[in-house]
Design a protein. Structure first.
Length: 429
């Protein structure tokens, strides 16, 4: 230890009290306390009245030891007003679960915290207890990893169902800073986004993700476009537990299976299912269309073989055995878009619940509604029967999302589109 340094140290300690007292008389702007030179030159800081090396170290987020070493200081108490200190470049290790983010010129602590849906103090804590005044001066800010901050403007959040089972429906949500309906695809399915809520300048858009019952399990691309911004995520589709059913039809019913008649009826129905009106007429989970205590005779998704043929189709609805004449109620509010007798499906009613969602009911013995009629949830639409291609009195009920038949029973248990979601992860990572 050099005697001169010890002497200076003692002198500084003696004066520290009134130096600090003087310092509070100055209107001290911390942003002026250090100057950033052009790139390549070391950053420096000039010691101001009232500064301590520990204080400077904390302020700049540079470890005390690194500051001492860079300026060849052996005693942290020995600094003087006007002394120019070199601020060493310190690579701060990025903690696990944290990513770095470069602020744009328009952003500050509060706008970034708002965008991340964090409290400003939480964001400061994540950044080693940084003071708000220094936030904008940092070249990189720590943010939670895989957070919406990594999505480009105007996207505030991009979320989706964690996974979807074959034949079921998932949901994707975009939260935007502007009212700008997104578009996109999930696998080969085109998505329809609807505004489901707004809070301040946050616009919540949700779209349903229907998956066909025989879609090969695996990861599928969720590709979204918002104005010029493209987003992509991979979403897993899991295998459902579906059985295979071998159906033998009596000869008179089998005659109805003449391919051209089946095709013609299906083509007509596809035109009906294609209807699209943007108002969401349903609210909450669907009501089961017939009363309690009936047996499910064939679940949705069952793979099917007719008269010993190959397994090339699946059951697009849910079948419930019920006596002929059992009343059928609308599972949700809607508009009747078909009410007539068909060759294969017998007495048929189709309801449009809005936003591309339809309910279809086959084999009815009586139809109580007319096309174009509005029905409310629970309103009687017809009676159970065994008309058309049917081997006994039962209700066949199917729900289609954008024309894709999905498991109707999921709709009786789920308040679509308000399901729990997880933050998307970029597919490019
Ligand atoms: Zn059926």
């Amino acid at each position: 230890m050099k005697p001169s340094l010890s002497f200076s140290s003692i002198r500084l300690r003696l004066f520290k009290g009134w130096v600090l007292a003087l310092a509070i008389l100055f209107l001290w702007n911390p942003a002026n306390a250090w100057a950033q030179q052009g790139s390549g030159e070391p950053r420096t800081v000039e010691v101001q009245a009232g500064d301590t090396l520990v204080g400077i170290s904390e302020r700049l987020g540079v470890p005390l030891e690194a500051l001492m070493e860079a300026n060849q200081i052996s005693d942290p108490d020995v600094i003087w007003v006007g002394q120019v200190l070199v601020v060493p470049e310190v690579t701060v290790p990025v903690p696990p679960g944290v990513a770095t983010y470069a602020l744009t010129p328009a952003e500050d602590l509060f706008s970034l915290a708002d965008r991340l849906m964090l409290l400003p103090q939480d964001l400061l804590m994540l950044n080693r207890g940084m003071l708000p005044a220094y936030f904008r001066l940092e070249p990189e800010i720590f943010v939670p990893e895989q957070h919406p901050a990594t999505w480009p403007s105007p996207v505030l959040a991009f979320r989706h169902s964690p996974q979807i089972v074959q034949g079921q429906c998932g949901v994707v949500e975009l939260v935007l800073s502007r009212p700008l309906p997104p578009s996109g695809t999930f696998g080969e399915t085109k998505l329809h986004f609807f505004l489901t809520g707004r809070r301040g300048q946050r616009y919540h858009y949700r779209a349903l993700l229907p998956t066909p019952a025989m879609l090969e399990p695996g990861d599928y691309d969720l590709a979204i476009k918002v104005a010029d911004t493209a987003l992509r995520a991979r979403l897993p589709v899991m295998a459902g537990s579906y059985d295979t059913q071998y159906i033998v039809l009596p000869p008179d019913k089998g005659a109805l299976l003449a391919p051209q008649r089946v095709q013609a009826e299906l083509a007509k129905l596809h035109q009906v299912w294609d209807v699209f009106q943007p108002a969401r007429l349903w609210r909450g989970a669907f009501r089961f269309p017939i009363g309690e205590g009936f047996q499910r005779t064939s679940p949705y998704g069952t793979r099917r073989s007719y008269n010993g043929g190959p397994v090339s189709s699946f059951h697009s609805g849910s079948d419930w055995g019920a006596p002929e004449g059992t009343p059928i109620a609308a599972p949700a509010a809607g508009i009747v878009i078909l009410a007539e007798s068909l060759d294969v499906r017998g007495g048929a009613v189709i309801l449009d619940h809005g936003q591309g969602i339809t309910s279809s009911f086959w084999h009815l013995s009586q139809i109580d509604v007319q096309a174009g009629q509005r029905v409310s949830r629970g309103e009687q639409i017809g009676l159970v029967g065994t008309t058309g291609l049917s081997t006994g009195a039962h209700l066949h009920w199917e729900v289609r999302v954008g024309g894709v038949p999905v498991d109707p029973m999921q709709w009786t248990q789920t308040d679509f589109p308000f399901v729990p979601l997880v933050d998307a992860q970029s597919a490019d990572e």
